[in-house]
Design a protein around this ligand. Structure first.
Ligand SMILES: Nc1ncnc2c1ncn2[C@@H]1O[C@H](COP(=O)(O)OP(=O)(O)OP(=O)(O)O)[C@@H](O)[C@H]1O
Length: 261
């Protein structure tokens, strides 16, 4: 696989006359932690969905975990890709028991359908829930959880199958300040873990870049504005072009902030 977990070249996604992605060039290496930033409707979710093998590119080449998707067995690849976001949350029945939801991810299912799991799977599911601060919610119904609790449960679920690529779509959206900071701390821990998968996190806000993240991709109207190491990408000029207004960017330690200039 030569260290590349994701490669897109000339990727287009079209729906009718609309170009959701335009000529995207992007490579993610296994030790990299990426944030994808852009305004509403920029194409971030579409980009993640292509990487997750859920949306096919209209044209261009996509390789995931070294496999060109045009020739790959998608069914074999999918368990190696962890994916959490609204697209997953919206498909979870409110009645799903949290532990079942997490453990069934080891089979690529979204909920338990009578299959039996061994003690190692149960222990791993409980350990992941505990690691994401929601261990006490294992027996609760998904529909009874708060927004922040749901997000953490779905991240725990996305890690259940020990993926090589983890894609998180707006994990901090809708969280209060404490919830956001707690999530960022956990994502920073994951980023610093050498055994963790390659990470890609989508966000609208530079304040939500977790410490330890290494790279950024800025996207506007389906086209990549800039992609590379955070220090190079996170300029006022690039962010201004991405969000369509003059932007002042500041860095304090490993945290970023931005406001209109
Ligand atoms: N089937 C479709 N036909 C036409 N346009 C579509 C279709 N699906 C999505 N779009 C458009 O593609 C664009 C990109 O959508 P996408 O969800 O990828 O953006 P996003 O950057 O994730 O946005 P947000 O930050 O608001 O979640 C949007 O303008 C959306 O309306």
């Amino acid at each position: 696989m030569d260290g590349q977990v994701l490669r897109m070249s000339g990727v287009m996604v079209r729906r009718g006359d609309a170009e959701l992605l335009r000529d995207v060039e992007w490579t993610v290496e296994e030790d990299e932690r990426w944030v994808v930033l852009g305004p509403n409707g920029a194409g971030k979710t579409t980009l993640l969905s292509v990487a997750a093998t859920q949306t096919a590119a209209t044209s261009g080449e996509v390789s995931v975990l070294g496999e060109p998707l045009a020739a790959a067995d998608i069914g074999e690849l999918r368990p190696l890709i962890g994916f959490a976001g609204a697209a997953v949350a919206n498909r979870v029945p409110d009645s799903s028991v949290v532990l079942d939801l997490v453990i069934s991810a080891s089979y690529g299912y979204l909920g338990r359908f009578g299959e039996e799991y061994g003690t190692p799977d149960l222990s791993r599911a409980r350990a992941l829930l505990t690691a994401w601060g929601v261990g006490a919610l294992a027996e609760r119904r998904f529909g009874s959880l708060s927004e922040g609790e749901r997000k953490r449960v779905l991240i725990a679920r996305s890690l259940m199958a020990d993926p090589e690529l983890l894609l998180l779509d707006e994990p901090a959206a809708g969280l209060d300040l404490g919830g956001r900071e707690d999530l960022l701390r956990r994502l920073a821990n994951l980023a610093g873990d050498i055994d963790a998968p390659a990470l890609v996190v989508v966000s609208h806000h530079v304040e939500e870049i977790p410490p330890g993240f290494t790279h950024g991709l800025l996207i506007r109207e389906g086209a990549v504005v800039a992609a590379g190491p955070l220090e190079q990408v996170m300029t006022g000029e690039n962010l201004g072009e991405t969000f369509g207004l003059p932007v002042k960017v500041e860095r304090a330690g490993e945290r970023w902030s931005a406001r209109s200039a």
